[in-house]
Design a protein around this ligand. Structure first.
Ligand SMILES: [Zn+2]
Ligand SMILES: [Zn+2]
Length: 161
């Protein structure tokens, strides 16, 4: 199963890039990602510190770190999870020894480039996820004083190399 919207992309000219929040770890992807999904399993919840982890996979021959490298936590005998040791961003899931690596979709510089096509780990799916889309929704600007926004310097790496 391939990711939506990326079949026509010329990866040679326009690779997909991404990285962690602080920019210490950056990577480049040079082929369409496959099996785009969200995983609700309890391990992915803990690894991301969030309700679920959105991932898609790519062969190692089409993946390269371009700055730094992640640290790894072996969450079970079979699986290890890559994250930035400097800022903590959850970046990767991979089976130990596999020729494939999963990339967290939100760590891509184009976070909407790959659309999940299935859900895994549904035994742990949080019931309140069904409320999303119905809750009151506001922009960051609307909930932060405008004079404060002007003075805050972002330490987040921009969404490009
Ligand atoms: Zn980082
Ligand atoms: Zn999972």
């Amino acid at each position: 199963m391939s990711a939506r919207n990326l079949e026509d992309r010329d990866f040679e000219r326009e690779p997909l890039t991404g990285g962690c929040q602080c920019g210490a770890v950056r990577f480049r992807i040079s082929a369409p990602l496959t099996t785009p999904h969200v995983c609700h399993c309890r391990m992915c919840q803990k690894a991301s510190g969030s309700a679920f982890l959105a991932l898609a996979e790519v062969g190692l021959e089409n993946f390269a770190w371009t700055r730094g490298e992640p640290s790894w936590f072996r969450s079970s005998e079979a699986v290890e999870r890559g994250f930035c040791a400097a800022c903590g961003t959850s970046l990767h899931f991979r089976y130990v020894g596999s020729a494939w690596i999963d990339v967290s979709l939100a760590s891509l510089d184009e976070p909407e480039a790959v659309v999940p096509e299935q859900e895994f780990g549904c035994e742990s799916r949080l019931a309140w996820i069904g409320l999303l889309g119905e809750l009151p929704c506001s922009t960051t600007e609307a909930t932060t004083p405008s004079d404060a926004l002007r003075t805050y310097a972002s330490r987040q790496h921009p969404d490009h190399d």
